[in-house]
Design a protein around this ligand. Structure first.
Ligand code: SAM
Length: 270
């Protein structure tokens, strides 16, 4: 695969050398806690309509630190899980996280899911805009990703995506002559304190998102660039239908109103 900024955008993220043992354990606790809304959603919209035993074979694409897979395992909702994550630092974090929570059913693979033949799965998860990072990488990436998902899901299985329409960002870009800057502050348990995002629009309408992070209590900085593909609900529905998905539902929140950021939405397809 040719070089694209999205392929190493997350290298160094969750680097274990940035965490003392106490910070690591506190951070894992917070990350597991953040998945309560996903668990509520999966129980309500997927597990409730499956026959017993209600356990799933799952792959998560762009699994990051694998927090969601570990939370699913801790809730006894997994038969087995595989998390695909490109970033070595995040993969290493996920491996240590797995030991920390004594995970036995979750396997982490440090590679693109596209390089692995799809296994038969009950559920493919792509939360936090993963598909929108994968699609811009090359001309065929979007098609390959949708085909991989379709081919790996069993006939009655599910695809669960979290996407961002970028409508709010596109409106702000239009109002700011095509260049938007946003500051963000992270929670106290995060080793990074602030992020400055510089956002512009590319010729093909993908969004270029440059981020600079400032370390807590230090002058250390770290930067990366993401190219993100916006999808309206209409556009993703069309693409999913073209790729063989039929029952496609949209949700504006996971568990309760306001638990998705503005412009984010959830897609559940079969
Ligand atoms: C926005 S993060 C989301 C991480 C995680 N799902 C979460 O919710 O915290 C996207 C992740 O996808 C990973 N990624 C991007 N393309 C990938 C690919 N083709 N295969 C596996 N991982 C990928 C990135 O390295 C990054 O860690």
């Amino acid at each position: 695969m040719q070089y694209h900024p999205n392929l190493n955008a997350y290298s160094g993220v969750e680097d274990l050398s940035n965490f003392t043992p106490e910070q690591f354990s506190a951070y894992c606790k917070v990350k597991l806690g953040e998945c309560g809304k996903h668990i509520d959603f999966i129980k309500k919209n997927i597990l409730s309509i499956l026959p017993k035993p209600k356990r799933l074979t799952i792959a998560e694409i762009g699994s990051g630190n694998s927090k969601l897979l570990y939370r699913l395992e801790l809730e006894n909702l997994l038969t087995s899980a595989i998390g695909f994550e490109l970033s070595e630092s995040r993969h290493e974090f996920a491996e240590k996280f797995g030991i920390h929570v004594n995970a036995q059913k979750t396997k982490n693979v440090c590679a693109s899911f596209l390089d692995y033949p799809p296994p038969p799965l009950d559920l493919v998860i792509g939360v936090d805009i993963v598909l929108q990072l994968v699609a811009p990488v090359s001309q065929g990436s979007e098609k390959s990703a949708l085909k991989w998902m379709k081919d790996s899901i069993k006939p009655e299985g599910f695809l669960l995506l979290e996407l961002w329409s970028f409508e709010n960002i596109i409106n702000q870009l239009d109002a700011c002559n095509g260049n938007l800057k946003i500051w963000e502050e992270y929670q106290i348990d995060d080793p990074w304190e602030f992020c400055l995002a510089n956002i512009t629009r590319m010729k093909n309408n993908d969004i270029k998102w440059d981020k600079t992070f400032l370390k807590r209590g230090s002058t250390q900085k770290s930067s990366f660039t993401n190219i993100l593909r916006p999808y309206s609900q209409k556009a993703i529905k069309q693409k999913l239908m073209e790729n063989g998905f039929t029952r496609i539902k949209f949700f504006n929140y996971w568990s309760q109103p306001g638990d998705c950021s503005e412009g984010e939405y959830i897609v559940l397809a079969q």
